[in-house]
Design a protein around this ligand. Structure first.
Ligand code: ADP
Ligand code: MG
Length: 706
């Protein structure tokens, strides 16, 4: 199936949508009735699949895939490094007369055995036991990309430890469903059989020209610029956000949408973002597990499509200093299999007891597990954004808006509440319609905001997998709901007991609610007075992952074992250290091999110019040249000292310590400041050196050339 050929370009969107997906329609059409029914039972209710059914499904999948041009299949999984992994096997099977036929068995569909030895495991898997298993996840449809059939799978070690992000995500969804169902039963709901969390992740990204990208080792190795003087114009005119989309970008976006639709991804919204060269794509929300798979696919397809257009898509959280970085907004809600959104407050939220209860659970959970929410978005890349006034602060708080806050406060104080009344937006122009307004306004500075019928967790970095933040949210809320159930299941008057619980939650946890400006210093001071955590960096946040209360939470709900949590801690901290190590080495190499020679060469040219001028006319002052020679020489000395210092820090025993925390602290406290000093000297030189001599495309070229 070649992407983007003529007949595909002519397909209507409904025809194109899901055309590369082995979805329900295809299953219904191609599977014998009883096989389809058993598979549906597996998908909807988690019933075990027997091998005859698996064989029939495998054959149908293979036939369908081969008709669409596939020659291979792959078990597609999500190891702890946050990207996806795939190994491709062809369908060929030799016959006795020396030919081949295309074959695919139920066994091959259900289970794979990739060599697991080179994936991060945080010490869970001994290297002598390299075997890992992948297990088919029938809740996320298989699809075709390139010449392979992709089968979404979970990944674990030979001894059963979880080595991926999908398994705990699925477990957390089940844990939440179990507890939410208990709540619904208390309110007399006997029809709902499953509660799923839904997510719509808004994805930000930058697009730059591929030729320019190729000339920047920092972009190639680190995904972000390590040097770069600010362009004369940044985002101060606010002219890029929602600005008219340039033709080359529009073509990319068109192609991207079509590729995503083919894969069944519900790509919906596209627009220019705040920074020059920055854009956003948002899909329509779907079940969390699928949203997570689709977000991984989206990031990958973005890169591939960009490449076809002579562009590079940067997903790093901070590709350029001085302009906004990229995030990912995780819109999260709970919905029942009967189609109800449990976070929909309805017209009279003060009387919507299930809603109030779930809201209280989220409030209590967010307060008690601030650390986990913060940890779930911690990475070396995201450390550049959080708290930098372009993204939420590193303090976790919740925005509820005026009306919900008023309702909860009234309940806390035992007062009656009878509604704020509907607000009308009057445009004052006859030809324009007046609308009734949402009772929750938007607050763009809050890390975790209630936005009408969902929570928007805004602290995520653009590059990370959404699995971890959702594992945290689901598990935390499951825990709080289970605590509430324990109280409510014995209650006589359930509504009165709900109000009592809400009152208690408000009394003990309302400090987490903040509706004001999250970017302000005043909030930082206030948050400190309230005793909220402010975990500034990954290294500050991460050790708390293993706090006893957190281990208790995850083991109680059977999301992770303690050993799996230790492994995750090790992996994330190691990734932080390795990322900074790669960045430092890249910096050092750029300075020593290109920047130093360039600047030195330019100083030499200036010196020769002075000598030449004086030969002609000895009394010439040559003030400009001599000033510049002195200034650049001094900066070059600073840069040289800086790179020597950085080199020394990378060799220090702490940098290579087996204890990941020791190494992390060393990088945070010693290496990062040294990187910043070096960068400052280099960026200063860039502004003083002839453009002809500077070895790299400038910020102006990178951000303004498309
Ligand atoms: P914003 O003003 O933040 O851009 P939108 O209404 O455009 O808000 O929604 C942003 C994202 O939230 C979209 O991906 C949308 O599909 C998703 N979303 C909407 N409703 C829900 C829900 N109930 N659960 C999860 N995500 C949702
Ligand atoms: Mg949004």
């Amino acid at each position: 199936m070649t992407m983007g050929n003529c007949s595909e370009n002519r397909k209507s969107v409904p025809e194109l949508f899901g055309s590369a997906v082995f979805n329900d329609d295809v299953m219904m059409e191609r599977l014998p009735k009883d096989v389809y029914k058993s598979l549906r039972k597996t998908i909807d209710e988690g019933k075990e699949l027997d091998l005859t059914v698996a064989n029939a499904v495998a054959t149908a999948m293979k036939d369908w895939a081969v008709e669409l041009g596939a020659t291979h299949f792959t078990h597609w999984f999500q190891p702890l490094n946050g990207v996806t992994a795939e190994k491709h096997d062809s369908f060929i099977s030799p016959t006795s007369d020396g030919r081949v036929i295309m074959q695919f068995s139920g066994k091959e569909l259900i289970k794979g055995e990739p060599d697991a030895s080179s994936f991060p495991s945080g010490g869970l898997r001994a290297t002598f036991e390299a075997r890992g298993y992948t297990a088919w996840d029938p809740t996320s449809y298989a699809f075709i990309k390139g010449d392979s059939l992709y089968i979404p799978t979970a990944f674990c070690s030979y001894s059963g430890e979880v080595l991926d992000k999908k398994t705990p995500l699925l477990r957390s969804m089940e844990a939440l469903s179990t507890q939410a169902l208990r709540i619904l039963r208390l309110f007399g709901d006997q029809h709902t059989h499953q509660v799923t969390t839904t997510v719509g992740p808004e994805q930000e990204y930058f697009l730059i020209d591929k030729e320019l990208y190729r000339r920047r080792p920092d972009l190639i190795f680190c995904g972000r610029t390590l040097f770069g003087a600010k362009a004369p114009k940044g985002q101060e005119l606010e002219d890029h956000y929602y600005g008219a989309i340039k033709p080359r970008v529009a073509e990319f976006m068109r192609d991207l949408d079509r590729e995503l639709w083919k894969l069944g991804v519900l790509a919906k919204t596209k627009h220019n973002e705040v920074a020059p060269a920055q854009h956003e794509l948002a899909p329509i929300f779907t079940t969390t597990n699928i949203a997570c798979d689709h977000n991984q696919l989206t990031m990958e397809v973005m890169k591939n499509v960009a490449n076809r257009h002579g562009l590079v898509c940067l997903l790093h959280e901070k590709p350029f200093a001085g302009v906004s970085g990229s995030g990912k907004h995780n819109n999260w809600s709970l919905s029942t299999d009967t189609g109800k959104n449990l976070l929909d407050p309805g017209k009279r939220p003060w009387e919507n007891y299930p809603f109030l209860l779930i809201l209280a659970a989220v409030i209590k959970g967010a307060d008690e597990y601030q650390d986990l929410l913060r940890i779930s978005v911690a990475s070396a890349g995201n450390d550049h954004r959080l708290g930098a006034k372009e993204a939420p602060p590193t303090i976790i708080s919740m925005f509820l808006g005026d009306e919900l806050t008023a309702i909860l406060t009234a309940i806390e104080e035992g007062r009656a509440y009878d509604g704020a009344g509907e607000k009308k937006l009057e445009t004052g122009v006859r030809v324009l319609p007046d609308f009734s307004m949402d009772n929750t306004d938007r607050n763009r500075t809050s890390p975790f905001a209630f936005t009408g019928n969902k929570f928007e967790f805004r602290s995520l970095g653009s590059a990370i997998s959404i699995a971890c933040p959702n594992i945290m949210l689901n598990t935390i809320v499951a825990e709080e709901l289970s605590q509430f159930c324990a109280v409510l299941e014995g209650a006589e008057d359930i509504n009165a007991q709900v109000l009592e619980l809400v009152r208690q939650v408000m009394r003990e946890h309302k400090r987490i609610i903040f509706n004001g400006d999250g970017y302000s210093q005043a909030w930082r001071d206030e948050a400190k007075r309230r005793g909220l955590l402010n975990l500034a960096t990954t290294v500050d946040a991460l050790p708390r992952y293993l706090d006893q209360k957190n281990v208790a939470l995850f083991t109680r709900h059977k999301i992770y074992t303690e050993a799996e949590m230790e492994a995750r801690y090790e992996t994330i901290m190691e990734e932080y250290v390795k990322t900074l190590n790669i960045e430092s080495l890249t910096m050092a190499s750029m300075v020593r091999r290109e920047i130093f020679p360039a600047v030195s060469g330019y100083i030499c040219t200036l010196s020769q110019a002075v000598a030449a001028k004086r030969e002609v006319c000895p009394q010439l002052a040559c003030q400009g040249e001599t000033d510049l020679i002195q200034r650049l020489s001094a900066l070059l000395d600073t840069a040289y000292a800086g790179v020597e210092k950085l080199g020394g820090l990378l060799e220090a025993p702490a940098a290579g310590s087996k204890n990941v925390l020791t190494a992390g602290v060393h990088y945070r406290d010693q290496v990062i400041p040294a990187m910043n000093e070096l960068r400052a000297a280099v960026d200063e030189m860039e502004q003083q050196v002839s453009a002809e001599y500077w070895p790299y495309p400038s910020y102006a070229e990178l951000m303004y050339s498309i």
